[in-house]
Design a protein. Structure first.
Length: 774
């Protein structure tokens, strides 16, 4: 049936659609990270020149401007022309206090002839200036005069304020000491991203980094460790008397400098003094503060430490509390923050269970067990911290018992959800989930990333995290904000720290600052590209290629192999070759999984136009009689065993079947009866993660999949399977000629790590990579 069209409605609808599209396009030109709350575009631009004046109301605003104006002086050759109290000016940037705006909020109104910046607080003015600077060409952050640049910003009105009052970043300077100068540099970068809390992890088993005048031994002894060049997780414990050249600490003057510098950037510095665990560094200086059942010397740990990492403060020793109260007295004088973080995580209580002093404390206080003893410990310290006018902050293990009065809990376990136990008891909390906010994890395809452990927290993972998911309204009302963390076990120098932090901090900043409705991954990327140009001018050692590198999956498919490629950025072309040549702008565009044949070498990379953006992924597939065969197993990713591809040295790169504290059974269907006389298995050995060969390998063969014949039964001794280092272990077995369709592989668990292993008494794991049948 025909319908009569209303031309007026059609025209109106077209206008609405046109202006919606125009608004969307104009908003996309506002390259600001984190994305502001409200943006309204206007025609025209404001141009900065040598006659532009800066109109402030007071010295506080003038002081805040100083760093920004230095950028104008250096890169734009524009000097400072100050004015005071005159609002009706042209070619000016005018500051005005507006107490009607939210705390930390700002109103930036750019017209053709004047820029007005309104805020109710110093932090609001600073965030407004950060926004204004990002609207300029990125060369404004250059360290030299940039000629022939139009120093202009679009005419726009931006109303903005943060979603969360707590937008934190934790820097671990305990495991890897970072010089004061680099901490100040990190503070500059945090300010750029509108982060307002810096949590300094000052104490751990691997170093005590804070000068305490009452106890100089803490830094004379506790700040230094034995030298080890291998990966953190593989480092052997020190020998008593071994030289300790590696480390460092902050003098009290250093701390005052850091705190003052951060305050000028509207950042509050929170100290973390770990207790009762992660304290081997202090116990190396004062071994009498641990339980009397602890035997042998206590030295600062270069790595994980094995059983030594379970050496913690003795909860039954009153001297421990006198010591900690003295430390807290000095900490409160150095850090004006309202918080003192006391850690509280990962306290292994083996020694408490055997310690007569701790057991007596449990009895005297009428406590149920050692978990309750830890709660008693942190509550006693919490009472003292409150007496100093401070609040307790701690990791979510504090919810395992009675939470200290007034404490704020940081949720890191279980996607941060353990902190909800605190919220249900009325305590404020902060979401700091290990997934995706721990920047120690890989930020891109692991084949291209520096070695660490665990899995991936990509830029997209960070960006797409929503802290309020699965919270009820009562819990959400107690959510103060979010925090990202850089643990430094695998950091070798400050530049590597920057690589791990940026650009993921940019994605995190939008989670912390921006409304969820305004966050959009596709729209974030061009804004991020603008921000990375700023990084370039500032000299930030950011991960420029990780977000462009390719993930891969090679799957057995009916006796063949299927290749799947992906990139977290949807705005790139993925191009590939199968003849081993480097891909270029004329190579085939990947648009769907494809099959490969024996002898083909796949090479692929991401492109924007003709420019290659990421590293080249090379898949050097090695075929054998099992390649492409299906694998029957309870392990969900068992197909990697027959995909013709060896994994890297990283257990979580997607190419391993990871068997933690268990063995596994795998049945390979060769598709038809085949003749072979050798089977070879590829395993990963990673000593520091207790990844080792199985204790026993059995191989059986069958013609019909029902009746099997055992052809290999090999038990591996402890010496054979527990080697040091990180490497592939190829275990092969020559057979009498076999004709079979099915190959059954049984691996038995590698077992508990023996005395002397860096992970003594921990369960081992098997990293099973590839099966070759020849």
């Amino acid at each position: 049936m025909c319908q009569r069209f209303n031309s007026k409605k059609i025209i109106t609808g077209l206008f609405i659609a046109f202006f919606a599209l125009l608004s969307q396009n104009q908003t996309a030109q506002i390259n600001v990270v984190p994305v502001p709350r409200e943006v309204t575009m206007h025609p025209g631009v404001f141009r900065f020149d040598g006659n532009t004046r800066w109109v402030t109301e007071n010295m506080t605003q003038e002081k805040l401007l100083a760093d920004y104006l230095e950028y104008f002086r250096v890169s734009a050759n524009i000097g400072y022309r100050p004015e005071s109290g005159r609002e009706n000016m042209k070619n000016a940037v005018v500051f005005r206090t507006n107490n009607g705006l939210p705390d930390e909020g700002c109103l930036l109104d750019v017209k053709n002839n004047v820029v007005r910046l309104e805020a109710s607080s110093t932090s609001g003015f600073q965030y407004g200036m950060n926004t204004l600077m990002q609207l300029l060409p990125p060369e404004i952050y250059s360290s030299k005069w940039e000629k022939d640049i139009e120093w202009e910003v679009p005419a726009v009105t931006i109303k903005d304020y943060p979603r969360f009052s707590y937008r934190g970043f934790m820097l671990d300077v305990a495991r890897k000491f970072m010089p004061k100068e680099h901490v100040l540099k990190i503070i500059d970068y945090l300010s750029l991203h509108k982060i307002n809390y810096l949590h300094l992890h000052l104490v751990d088993d691997n170093g005590w980094r804070l000068e305490i005048k009452e106890y100089p031994e803490l830094t004379d002894v506790g700040a230094w460790r034995a030298d080890r060049y291998n990966y953190f997780s593989a480092r052997q414990n020190p020998v008593d008397g071994e030289p300790t050249p590696v480390g460092g600490y902050y003098s009290q003057k250093d701390i005052r400098d850091i705190v003052a510098y951060a305050a000028n950037k509207q950042i509050e510095v929170i100290p973390e003094i770990e207790m009762p665990a992660h304290t081997v560094s202090s116990l190396s200086a004062f071994p009498h503060l641990t339980c009397p059942v602890v035997e042998g010397p206590i030295n600062v740990l270069p790595g994980i430490g094995g059983d030594l990492s379970s050496v913690i403060y003795c909860a039954g020793n009153d001297s421990v509390f006198s010591f900690l109260e003295d430390v807290i007295d000095e900490v409160t004088q150095l850090f004006p923050s309202e918080y003192i973080h006391i850690g509280g995580d990962e306290a292994w209580k083996d020694n408490w269970e055997k310690c007569p002093l701790c057991q007596n404390r449990i009895k005297e206080e009428g406590l149920e067990d050692e978990e309750a003893l830890q709660a008693w410990f942190v509550n006693r310290i919490g009472d003292y911290i409150r007496s100093k006018g401070k609040k307790v902050m701690g990791w979510d293990e504090l919810t395992n018992g009675k939470i200290p009065e007034g404490a704020t809990i940081l949720g890191w376990r279980g996607d941060g959800r353990h902190a909800l136990k605190a919220a249900d008891q009325g305590f404020p909390f902060i979401m700091s989930p290990a997934i995706p906010f721990y920047f120690i994890r890989y930020q891109g395809p692991q084949w291209f990333e520096p070695f660490t452990y665990f899995g991936n927290n990509t830029l997209r993972d960070v960006y797409n995290y929503e802290p309020s998911d699965d919270m009820n309204s009562g819990q959400f009302n107690l959510l103060k904000g979010v925090q990202a963390c850089l643990w430094s076990e695998f950091i070798d120098d400050p530049e590597e720290a920057e690589y791990m932090i940026f650009p993921r901090l940019a994605a995190f900043s939008e989670v912390a600052w921006s409304n969820p409705e305004n966050r959009n991954w596709d729209q974030f990327l061009p804004r991020l590209d603008h921000l990375t140009e700023i990084y370039d001018h500032l000299g930030v050692n950011y991960a420029s290629k990780s977000m462009f590198n390719l993930f891969h999956s090679v799957r057995p498919l009916d006796g063949n192999l299927e290749i799947d490629l992906s990139c977290i950025r949807p705005d790139v072309d993925v191009r590939y070759t199968t003849d081993g040549d480097e891909p270029d702008a004329s190579s085939t565009i990947y648009d769907a999984p494809f099959e490969v044949e024996d002898g083909e070498i796949v090479r692929a990379a991401s492109f924007v136009g003709a420019e290659r953006k990421g590293e080249i992924l090379t898949l050097n597939l090695r075929y054998n009689k099992a390649t492409g065969a299906s694998v029957m197993s309870e392990e969900h990713n068992a197909g990697v065993l027959t995909n013709g591809l060896l994994g890297s040295e990283k257990l979580t790169d997607g190419e391993y079947v990871d068997l933690y504290n268990r063995g596994g059974e795998f049945v390979i269907d060769l598709g038809k009866k085949k003749s072979f006389s050798k089977v070879t298995f590829s395993f990963l050995n990673n000593y520091g993660r207790a990844v080792h060969l199985p204790s026993e390998i059995q191989v059986s063969v069958s013609e019909n999949g029902r009746k099997y014949r055992l052809v290999v039964d090999r038990k591996l001794s402890e010496h054979e399977r527990l080697s040091e280092g990180i490497k592939h272990e190829m275990v092969g077995f020559n057979l009498d000629q076999v004709n079979a369709q099915y190959v059954k592989i049984l691996l038995k668990a590698t077992g508990i790590m023996p005395e002397g292993h860096v992970l003594e008494n921990d369960p081992g794991r098997i990293g099973f990579d590839e099966v070759r049948v020849e």
